[in-house]
Design a protein around this ligand. Structure first.
Ligand SMILES: Nc1ncnc2c1ncn2[C@@H]1O[C@H](COP(=O)(O)OP(=O)(O)OP(=O)(O)O)[C@@H](O)[C@H]1O
Ligand SMILES: [Mg+2]
Length: 374
C-alpha cells in the first residue's frame, strides 16, 4: 500500500513539475511551501532562495515595480480577495519585464484551509501581440480619419473654387439665350451648356451640403414631430412626381430622443426621397417604425428607425455601390443622398443597414445609440 502511495506521489509530483504553468503553494503561516520549476523560472528565483520564506520577505525589495503583483498575494493572505484571476506586470530580478496571469485559490484539506495555491502563467508574448494589434488598429483608424478629413477638405475647396466660375458661365449662357433671336442657329448649343451648368451647380451644392455636415449638436427632440416634418417636406416632391404615398408610422418607444434634429431630419428626408423616387406605381406604400433596442441587457440604449417602401428595390449588382459618392441610377440626381445619411448617422455614433429586393422594395434601418426619454 505504501509503495502504491509512494508511486502516486512520484507520479503527481512529476506531472506538477512538468506543467507549463507555475504553481506556488503558500502555507497558513504565509511561508512558501512549494513552487514548481515553471514558477521558479518565471519569477526568476532558485528553489533554495524561494522556499520556506515569507512572500513579503522575498518581494519586498521591489515593491514599487511589482506592487500590483504583490498585492494579489497580500490580498489572498489577508483573506480579502479569494479565487482571483488577474493580469499584472512583473519585473524579474534580472530586470526583464513580464506580463503574468495570476490565479489564486484556497488549498483545502478535509474542509480545512491548508494554504493558498497561486497559479502563474507567462502571457507576455500574447499580451505584446495584443498590444501591437491595438496599436495597429488605432494607427489604421487615425490614418482613415486623416484620409477622410483630407478628402473632405479637398471636396470643400474644389466646390468653393469652381462655384463662382460655374455661376458666371451659367449666368452668361442664360443671358445670351434670353437675348438671342429665336431663330439663332446656335441656341441648341447654349441650351446644352445651360443644362450642363445646372447639373454642375447641383453637384457643387450637394458636395457643399455633404462637407457642411459636421459634429452632431445633440438636443432633446420629439421623434414624432421630426418624422411628421420630414413627411410633410417629402410630400411636396411626391406630388411633383405625380405619386401619392400612404404612410404607416408606428413609434414603439418614448417620443423624446436626444439627437441632432437638423441633421437627423436631413437624413430621414434623404431616405424618404429615395423611397418616393423608387415608386413604380402612382400609389406607393411607406412604413416608418421606430423602436428601442432588442438587446435584453440594454433595452433602452439604442433607437432603431426603420423606413420601408414597396418601390423598385435595389439589385444585388448595385447594392455594393449605393453609399459611393456620385453613384446614382437616376438621370437627374447627383448620387450623394445616402453618403450624407451615412455621415449624419456616423456623427451620432450610429450605423445604417440597407435591405432590398429588386421588384419588391427597400428597408433602411438606422441604429442610433441614444436613450429615448419616455
Ligand atoms: N429606397 C430605394 N429604392 C430603390 N433604390 C434605392 C433606394 N435608396 C437608394 N437607392 C439606390 O441607391 C442609389 C444611391 O442613392 P443616393 O440617395 O445616394 O443617390 P440618388 O438618390 O441617386 O441621388 P441624390 O440622393 O444625390 O439625389 C440610388 O440612385 C438608387 O439606385
Ligand atoms: Mg437620394
Amino acid at each position: 500500500m505504501d509503495l502504491i502511495n509512494n508511486m502516486e506521489d512520484i507520479f503527481i509530483r512529476n506531472i506538477i513539475e512538468s506543467l507549463s504553468v507555475g504553481i506556488v503553494v503558500i502555507n497558513n503561516g504565509g511561508e512558501i511551501f512549494y513552487a514548481n520549476d515553471f514558477a521558479l523560472t518565471t519569477l526568476g528565483y532558485v528553489k533554495e532562495k524561494f522556499l520556506a520564506r515569507g512572500w513579503g520577505e522575498i518581494f519586498s525589495f521591489d515593491v514599487g515595480e511589482n506592487a500590483e503583483f504583490n498585492q494579489i498575494i497580500i490580498d489572498v493572505i489577508m483573506g480579502e480577495k479569494l479565487n482571483m484571476h488577474r493580469e499584472v506586470d512583473y519585473l524579474k530580478p534580472d530586470g526583464k519585464k513580464l506580463r503574468l496571469s495570476v490565479a489564486t485559490s484556497l488549498l483545502k484539506d478535509k474542509g480545512d484551509v491548508a494554504g493558498i495555491v497561486v497559479l502563474i502563467d507567462d502571457i507576455t508574448e500574447v499580451y505584446e501581440l495584443r498590444r501591437l494589434e491595438i496599436c495597429m488598429l488605432e494607427e489604421q483608424q487615425r490614418l482613415q480619419q486623416d484620409l477622410f478629413e483630407g478628402v473632405n477638405k479637398l471636396a470643400m475647396s474644389v466646390a468653393h473654387v469652381i462655384r463662382n466660375p460655374i455661376a458666371s458661365i451659367g449666368g452668361f449662357a442664360r443671358l445670351i439665350l434670353k437675348k438671342a433671336p429665336v431663330d439663332w442657329p446656335y441656341r441648341g448649343y447654349l441650351s446644352s451648356i445651360d443644362e450642363g451648368i445646372q447639373r454642375l451647380e447641383k453637384i457643387v451644392s450637394s458636395v457643399k451640403d455633404y462637407t457642411d455636415i459636421n459634429k452632431a449638436t445633440i438636443r432633446r427632440t420629439s421623434l414624432s414631430g421630426l418624422i411628421a416634418t420630414a413627411i410633410r417636406n417629402v410630400e411636396v416632391i411626391t406630388k411633383k412626381l405625380g405619386f401619392s404615398a400612404t404612410w404607416d408610422v408606428s413609434l414603439q418607444c418614448g417620443d423624446d430622443v436626444d439627437v441632432d434634429p437638423v441633421l437627423l431630419l436631413g437624413a430621414v428626408e434623404e431616405i424618404l426621397y429615395n423611397s418616393v423616387e423608387s415608386f413604380v406605381s402612382s400609389a406607393g406604400k411607406m412604413r416608418i417604425k421606430a423602436h428601442v433596442g432588442n438587446d435584453s441587457q440594454n433595452p433602452c440604449e439604442e433607437l432603431y428607425l426603420e423606413i420601408e417602401d414597396n418601390g423598385s428595390g435595389i439589385s444585388e449588382k448595385e447594392m455594393p455601390f449605393i453609399f459611393d459618392p456620385f453613384f446614382t441610377t437616376k438621370t437627374s440626381n447627383v448620387g450623394v443622398g445616402l453618403l450624407k445619411v451615412k455621415k449624419i448617422v456616423a456623427a451620432h455614433g450610429g450605423s445604417i443597414y440597407v435591405d432590398s429586393k429588386k421588384g419588391t422594395g427597400t428597408k433602411v434601418t438606422i441604429r442610433l445609440p441614444i436613450l429615448p426619454k419616455t
